[in-house]
Design a binder for this molecule. Structure first.
Ligand SMILES: Cc1cc2nc3c(=O)[nH]c(=O)nc-3n(C[C@H](O)[C@H](O)[C@H](O)COP(=O)(O)OP(=O)(O)OC[C@H]3O[C@@H](n4cnc5c(N)ncnc54)[C@H](O)[C@@H]3O)c2cc1C
Length: 337
């Protein structure tokens, strides 16, 4: 790919990393199309934001909309042993943003996707598929995916960005290995009607008999995740629903804080999520968000890393396009630093 020639971009995936990138590029008149699967899981992890996300929401112009359906999050609480809490307020920390939000992910993703659409990105409601161009480090959209874009790209796009999250479309296509973290936990996740909370609005991370749990207060419900060593799962039942429900009742810590909670949703299961791709760019492609890597849910950092990574990638793409670097992008690193 020749320098100065990125004028069309295809983004695979419709999560926060994809929509952030699409908005920033479309605002600078890059022709960008985003492939989005309209059918999604009933609930999505990634509901607890860190304060560093707020400047990104402000830059995208979506904070007011997100505030209206989210829970204000003034701090975080870690319950390490019974009676031993480590609780802090973001306003006591160093940094320019002193609060965050707990967000319902379906609404949050819709807000970001609509923002990309309004900015001029083409949203294609279809699964994206790509093929490797033999003997090269480059990819192309499959005939079907290209046809779904109609004549939008006028041929193949200059750049293809994989933002498919844990699907990791391009790393799998190229057989790119990932460095895996040491923890081999399983996270079981559902929404329930209520749990106990020590501090209003805080994400609570609590040590359990065989792992830890998160409790994220959302308007009218609570997101509960139970993260335990996979070897302990079988004794709590055969299905993920049985295991989640029994963990709430039978774990000695969960029983006290959520033993009488009523589950409102199906249970989602996540395994082996700690990974970083050993390569993140190629001849005409790049990875962003979870497709490139994810650390661990205990840090609540996934959305920040995905969205901030999208701003850095947008800046790089714009530097290779016809426009000078965008002024709104120039501000981001300082405000998040
Ligand atoms: C157990 C657990 C708990 C977590 N908790 C938090 C938390 O509290 N806070 C936080 O910030 N982060 C958290 N995360 C991380 C967070 O979920 C991710 O970092 C974040 O969702 C990544 O955003 P993304 O846009 O890269 O990918 P995703 O949000 O996964 O979006 C990818 C999108 O691509 C779509 N897609 C996939 N394949 C295709 C295809 N072929 N064509 C078109 N579309 C496709 C998918 O349907 C999806 O909509 C958690 C992660 C885990 C595993």
């Amino acid at each position: 790919m020749k320098a100065g020639k990125i004028q069309t971009v295809a983004i695979l995936g419709g999560g926060p990393a994809a929509s952030t990138l699409a908005t920033l590029l479309a605002r600078k008149k890059i022709r960008v199309a985003l492939y989005h699967l309209p059918k999604r899981a009933p609930i999505i992890v990634g509901e607890s934001l860190v304060p560093a996300v707020i400047p990104l929401l402000q830059m995208l112009g979506v904070e007011d909309e997100i505030r209206a359906y989210s829970m204000f999050k003034p701090g975080a609480t870690f319950n390490i042993c019974e009676g031993e809490n480590y609780s802090f307020l973001f306003k006591e920390l160093i940094g320019t943003t002193r609060y965050a939000y707990n967000v319902p992910r379906d609404k949050f993703d819709d807000t970001l996707l609509n923002t990309a659409r309004k900015a001029g990105a083409k949203i294609i409601e279809a699964a994206a598929n790509v093929e490797r161009i033999p003997g090269t480090d480059t990819v192309k959209l499959s005939d079907e995916s290209l046809a779904a874009a109609a004549d939008f790209f006028n041929g193949q796009p200059d750049l293809i960005v994989d933002a498919t999250g844990r699907v990791r479309l391009l790393p799998k296509l190229f057989g790119i290995p990932a460095q895996e973290g040491r923890r081999k936990d399983t996270a079981l996740f559902a929404h329930v009607d209520h749990t106990q909370f020590g501090h209003k609005g805080h994400v609570h991370s609590t040590l359990l008999d065989h792992g830890w749990s998160w409790r994220i207060p959302l308007p009218g419900k609570v997101s509960v995740g139970v993260v335990i060593g996979t070897e302990h799962l079988a004794k709590f039942g055969a299905t993920k629903e049985e295991r989640f429900d029994n963990l709430l009742k039978q774990d000695s810590v969960m029983a006290k804080i959520a033993g009488d909670a009523k589950r409102l949703t199906p249970v989602m299961e996540y395994m082996n999520y700690q990974l970083v791709s050993e390569r993140m760019v190629g001849g005409n492609w790049a990875l962003v968000g979870d497709s490139a890597g994810f650390i661990d849910p205990v840090l609540s950092s996934g959305l920040f890393i995905g969205m901030f990574g999208a701003t850095l990638l947008a800046g790089t793409i714009l530097a290779f396009a016809f426009a000078p670097l965008a002024s709104d992008l120039d501000e981001v690193p300082d405000r998040c630093g």
